[in-house]
Design a protein around this ligand. Structure first.
Ligand code: NOJ
Length: 759
């Protein structure tokens, strides 16, 4: 136990109960607020500013590393001048850091340890974009809960996840870290992840605090260039960008992170309208906002402020509560308060919020509760975690093509070629943002196939070519485009001598992620040429793709009989892929992003506006291209199964409803094939006339239905005002009376249609 202090006496006297259970941070508890105030009242200004200060422990850095030496950092810890650390990992390390604070500082306020746990801590699950393709919110929640369990056992209190930036641009490398292009799906997946991470009680030893990031607009960077300028109007800001954040707040997320980008000329970090007015004001957010890595300091580079003092002043007033590795608050804030340039009330508010999260996590009760080496050993990479990772991975796979039902393959197939730069790659499936996922620790596709097929099956493996990646460290740019074709002959031989070719192509793990913007989204290096060579000798090509962004796969897809989108699936990738290839799992994933016909279509998303001139093939003066059709190659929501599903017409309980009321829309879905399967039934609306133009279609609900061969189930959706609301010209969320189109179907294009009226 930690040493006694004035503070612990107060806390113990008042008694700590996990009062925020089930609420995240949404409902304040007066007793806890009283305790927070008691702590705050005893703090000096320097100690308060210290709470707003976060340093990196020095590994996995994503920006310019701190130049303070370890000794100086230790002094800060001892003096209680650091509120949080990121990148300090493991039960032992976190305990040591915590001891420095608890044994030396005057106030003994526990440190908060944060880390980027984006898709698993040690057991790695699919990258978030891929996992969202499952559309299975319960599964997504379980995946986040697994990550939380492992992280909490390794001493962590807080993850910088989920990323809920709506992203419509395949060129933007961080698209892999989010949930795709649709605000509703991004919001639902985000809420599921928050629930999984935070559970019902933040003080539980298996849960950690979540962080909704990046607030806001980061996914809308101009031309997909990371960190770039964002210019959107009020409607797009609220309806597309802020909607998932609104939902995250309603779900009780403990923290928000602001973003590197500017929004309409104002860096988000210094944006008072976003942070103070909307988030903390209108939405009533009770947790705290952490800056992105040195984003307070970067306001100087943006040309928004002249120096550290101005940066600290703007950021604090705007509502940024904690300075991540920027060293700006520690340099300037105390001085700014003393000279009355920043009101001490602003500092108090920030510290109150930070303390609230620490209390909710139970750290005042026991600052070492998460730093348990024994538990860490038991929990990390446990068999049950890997089993769960395999289940999540196989449900995240999307079958994009299956000509002549070439899949599933028979396990006793005579011969099978497994070809391609990613065929025996044990590292790329771990993906970028891999936390403590070990290099080369994934089950490769080759290993998955080997484990699945019969003893008599001959496996012919050939790499064929490299991906074209050179330096693969986290921060270094990638070298691209190797031209070496010397492995082609062996690959062609393998293909010649096999009944079927499993061709594993795509991206390197570090080709997507932060700073990985690209101007092209085709297969890199000589992968297309390798496919051409192999296709010259074998028609039975099953293309297995690994990638973190939508790719232009028009040509490779047209050359293959089957296409299986596997993203970066994590620790159990190869097994999960084999489960699908050999029919142990009937694929059920659906794309959370549109796959383009060419990079020139980007940003590409299904929920575009009609415009005054929707395309017309017989005339050029319409909103289209003259050299290519305008729609996606594989649309949002698309994904096949080994079975087929038939949809009835939509039936409505009534043709209209009044505000405050509702109607139900139902369809009958029948499994018309021979295999048990899962369908993701999707509901889209179109508000035909509105005070602000609305998208041609927008997803507003979905439901997963499991069907045996021949079985029919009625899928019913309730439609009420919330289904129809948007941020209107009145600058408020409301449903506007009028005519609505309603679509229900298997993807964003292939739907049944009807209409109804809101009176
Ligand atoms: C920068 C990234 O933008 C952010 O998402 C991440 O959490 C921090 N670095 C910390 O690693």
């Amino acid at each position: 136990m930690f040493k006694n202090s004035v503070l612990t006496t107060i806390i113990c006297a008042i008694g700590w109960i996990p009062l925020l259970a089930q609420q995240g941070l949404n409902k304040l508890d007066p007793a806890m607020e009283h305790k927070i105030d008691s702590v705050l009242n005893m703090m000096t200004l320097r100690e308060k500013v210290g709470q707003m200060n976060q340093y990196s422990g020095g590994f996995e850095v994503t920006g310019t590393p701190s130049d303070l030496d370890t000794k100086a950092k230790i002094e800060k810890l001892k003096n209680g001048e650091l509120g949080s650390m990121l990148n300090v990992l493991g039960a032992k390390n976190t305990r040591e850091y915590q001891e420095l604070v608890m044994n030396n500082s005057r106030m003994k306020i526990p440190l908060l340890f944060g880390y980027d746990v984006i898709h698993g801590y040690r057991t790695i699950t699919p990258v978030p974009l891929g996992e969202t393709a499952s559309w299975d919110l319960k599964l997504i929640e379980e995946s986040a809960a697994l990550a939380a369990k492992e992280s909490a056992a390794a001493g962590l209190h807080w993850t910088f996840a989920p990323m809920i930036d709506v992203s419509r641009d395949a060129r933007w490398g961080r698209i892999m870290e989010g949930a795709g292009e649709d605000p509703y799906l991004v919001a639902m997946a985000g809420v599921a992840r928050i629930k999984g991470l935070q559970g019902d009680d933040l003080a539980d030893e298996a849960t950690i605090a979540a962080c909704a990031k990046h607030f806001a607009g980061y996914g809308f960077a101009e031309a997909g260039r990371d960190y770039n300028t964002v210019n959107v109007g009020d409607s797009e800001l609220h309806n597309a960008i802020l909607y998932p954040f609104k939902k995250a707040n309603e779900a009780g997320v403990a923290t928000f992170m602001n973003s590197f980008n500017e929004l309409d000329g104002i860096p988000s970090t210094g944006n008072e309208y976003l942070q103070r007015k909307i988030l903390k004001g209108k939405w009533g957010f009770k947790g705290f906002i952490v800056s992105d890595w040195a984003s307070i300091a970067e306001m100087i580079t943006h040309g928004f402020v002249a120096n550290s003092d101005e940066a600290a002043q703007k950021a604090a007033i705007a509502g940024s509560d904690m300075d991540m590795e920027g060293h700006i608050y520690e340099a300037s804030l105390e001085k700014l308060v003393k000279s009355k340039k920043v009101d001490e009330g602003i500092v108090d508010d920030a510290v109150r919020r930070i303390l609230r999260v620490k209390f909710a996590l139970g750290l005042f009760d026991n600052p070492y509760k998460y730093s348990d080496e024994k538990r860490e050993k038991q929990v990390l990479l446990a068999d049950e975690n890997l089993a769960k990772a395999r289940e999540i991975a196989r449900k995240s796979i999307v079958l994009l093509k299956n000509e002549g039902s070439i899949l599933p393959l028979k396990k006793d197939i005579g011969s099978i070629a497994v070809i391609g730069p990613l065929a025996d790659d044990k590292d790329s499936p771990i993906g970028n943002w891999r936390a403590q996922g070990e290099s080369n620790s994934a089950v490769s596709v080759l290993e998955g196939v080997q484990a699945a097929v019969s003893k008599k099956t001959k496996i012919n493996h050939a790499k064929g070519a490299d991906l074209g990646m050179g330096v693969r460290t986290f921060l270094k740019p990638l070298q691209i485009n190797t031209t070496d074709t010397s492995g082609f002959d062996k690959a062609v031989d393998a293909a010649k001598n096999s009944d079927v070719v499993v061709m594993v192509l795509g991206e390197d793990a570090f080709q997507t992620g932060e700073g990985r913007s690209q101007t092209d989204v085709k297969l890199r290096g000589v992968q297309q040429e390798l496919l051409d060579a192999v296709a010259g000798v074998n028609d039975n090509i099953v293309l297995v793709l690994m990638n973190g962004r939508p790719l232009d796969i028009v040509k490779p897809s047209n050359m293959s009989r089957a296409v299986v989108e596997t993203w970066f699936l994590g620790s159990e990738a190869g097994n999960a892929i084999a489960d699908v290839l050999f029919g142990d799992y009937n694929p059920s994933g659906k794309l959370p992003v549109s796959f383009p016909r060419a990079v020139g279509q980007e940003p590409l998303y299904y929920n575009q506006k009609t415009t005054g001139r929707p395309s017309n093939p017989s005339d050029v003066t319409y909103s289209a291209y003259t050299d290519l059709q305008r729609d996606a190659f594989y649309p949002f929501g698309f994904g096949l199964s080994y079975t087929t599903f038939a949809y009835s017409e939509i039936s409505l309980s009534a043709p209209s409803f009044n505000k405050g009321g509702n109607i139900t829309a139902s369809v009958e879905v029948t499994n018309t094939g021979n295999t048990t399967g899962r369908e993701v039934v999707q509901l889209y609306i179109h508000d035909q006339v509105a005070s602000r133009t609305r998208p041609v279609r927008e997803l507003r609900d979905f439901s997963l239905v499991d069907l045996k061969p021949g079985e029919t189930k009625t899928v019913q959706f309730e439609i009420d005002e919330e289904t129809l609301e948007f941020y209107t010209a009145n600058k408020t969320w409301e449903a506007e009376p009028g005519e609505f189109k309603l679509f229900i179907g298997t993807n964003s294009v292939d739907t049944r249609e009807t209409s109804f009226t809101l009176n």
